[in-house]
Design a protein around this ligand. Sequence first.
Ligand code: 5GP
Length: 191
Amino acid sequence: MKLLEDRIRQDGTVLPGNVLKVDNFLNHQIDPQLMDQMGAEFARKFANMGITKVLTVESSGIAPAVMAGLHLHVPVIFARKHKSLTLTDNLYTAKVYSYTKQVNNDISIDRRFLDASDRVLIIDDFLANGQAVQGLFDIAETAGIAVAGVGVVIEKRFQKGHQLVEDAGVPLVALASIASFEDGQVVFAQD
Ligand code: 5GP
């Protein structure tokens, strides 16, 4: 998505550890217009696939997931990283190693919100090593639901997540695909 690539070039900062900081439009301050256009793009790419729900992980996945759900006209569920008092024991849970925080999190979704007939679209802000997506794959498998696709705002193609999703046989859409970081600059993949 050209608009997103331009925004990354303009506002993104490459940090040590292959981390791209995009906190003035995606991860902290959010640009709603851009988010809306990205949601529309996800909905176009995953149209007519029988998607019944969008799944993501809090917190950075929520904004793009909500916009995708808005344009697909389906509910959005975010897996929680911390047990809330209002979350009962009736949970699907998976372990996820956080790329940026370097800690293990248990992510949970209340069983009431997933049904065996669901076909879900997984949305996240970044695809790096694929741990967040794998956690949601694990929950989908336990719940016995189909994963129709994975949509990420930004993938770092040189890390393991891209291959992990391909190996799972699940269609993957990345709105911006980064081939590498060179001298602090973002190099986008050509296709
Ligand atoms: P993965 O689970 O694929 O290894 O990493 C994905 C998660 O880590 C995303 O949900 C995102 O929050 C975070 N993440 C991974 N790489 C980056 C990055 O380069 N920049 C930012 N801001 N977050 C990242």
